[in-house]
Design a protein around this ligand. Sequence first.
Ligand code: ADP
Length: 483
Amino acid sequence: MNSRRLIMTTRWTLAFSALAGIVVIYRLWLHVNPTTVALTLLLFILILAAEWGLRYAVVISVAATALYNFFFLPPVGTFTISDPQNWLALFTFLSTAIIASRLSERARDEACDARARQRELEILLHLSQELLQSETIATLLSSVPSTVASVTAAKSSILYLLEGNKLYQAGVDLVSDIELPHLRQLAKTLPNVRQEDNEMQIPIRSGVKPRGLLLLRGVTLSPETLGAVGSLISISLDRAQAFESIAKDQAAKETERLRSLMIDSITHELRTPLTSIKGAATTLLSGEIQKEEQHELLTIIDEESDRLNRLVSEAVEMAQLDAQQVQMHFSPVKIRDLIDEALSTCSWIEDHHSLQVNIPDGLQIHADPAVFQKVLSNLLENAAKYSAPGTLITISAEIKNECVAISIADQGVGIDPSEQGLIFERFYRARSLVSGTSGTGMGLAISRAITEAHGGKITVVSQPGHGSVFTIYLPSPAPISVK
Ligand code: ADP
């Protein structure tokens, strides 16, 4: 016996037993007048109509009328009725029971409809929230079938797209590639939502142009809601496509902007040392100079060539970082080791400044040691360059808000608040710099690019005349290890 028949048999048994129960109780134990009995039976029939539907209510009404007549209307014990008024009462009872049952069933159906509509609205709302989250076509397409299946509680959800002849599916009962030609044909010709056996077929269109097909198995929703699901998928595809093309345009514009900025800056920055070299060389070639002056000019040529060399290599490094051409090999490294390594590459700092290092021994970050060390060397060199000899430089590291924070603090000239945001731009050097402090203005730009490539950020807090603190924040490798 299938479950539906079992439920029906149980309900009929319960309904007749309850009817018999009411009759027995009133007949044998509670001796009340016939009106009370009629009202109790009516109440029982209304409950049946509201809970199980009209069919139960009508059959039980007829049975209740017969029992009421037999057991409660005089002459009791027969189906005949002596008083004509009782005929009227019996007829009124039957018709009231049936009409009220009908009304009760209608209210029940309307409540069911309202619940179904609410559920379908919730499905659409939920679906729109889920689908409109993805901003790339690839993530959207891979998530559509599972999202639709979970939101609609379908056993399987299959999305077929005409473009690329692609199939995306989720659930149990899936389609094989052999069916692709059939799906293609269906996607091109299906005019509206259609139900075939246990499968709902929903066309997906962009305007009037067929775009694909959604198949849902093991779910019953109204054709209107399924049509709206198809439209939602189409809208989210349009939206993701628009996002992708805007992002591509922006990326292309940004690359172009950076390229021309770079060319402008390099041309400008290269001109200064080149002019000095050219001037010195021309004077030397004129031959009208003293021996000491000769040495001075050669020193200028030497220093400016170095500067030129550094500029070119830093500009190349920056361009490679921009183009994400720098291959990084990340591994867990101890900050202490990185600092020691960085200090060894600029050992002159220790001769001119006192250093204080506060780094927990086992504190690690996830980094490419060779690349990341450049950031530390650059910050250390700057701390030394822009502060008076003999002053203290403090290097510290700690865990802060689930990040590792590495700080390099000096007691130097500091940076004007209006320039603190600019010093990370390429070629920017503070206006207040006394001439003679060598530099290219590229160090911090490179440091920022490297830090960002490590998933972190770099900040500065500075007070002119008192010093600066540069801090690098990096995501802490899990688990954070501090010995
Ligand atoms: P460079 O040091 O070659 O000029 P950077 O990009 O490393 O280039 O720094 C940019 C500018 O930021 C510097 O020219 C300087 O004006 C300022 N700056 C950087 N670090 C410090 C610091 N520790 N103290 C004061 N000013 C600094």
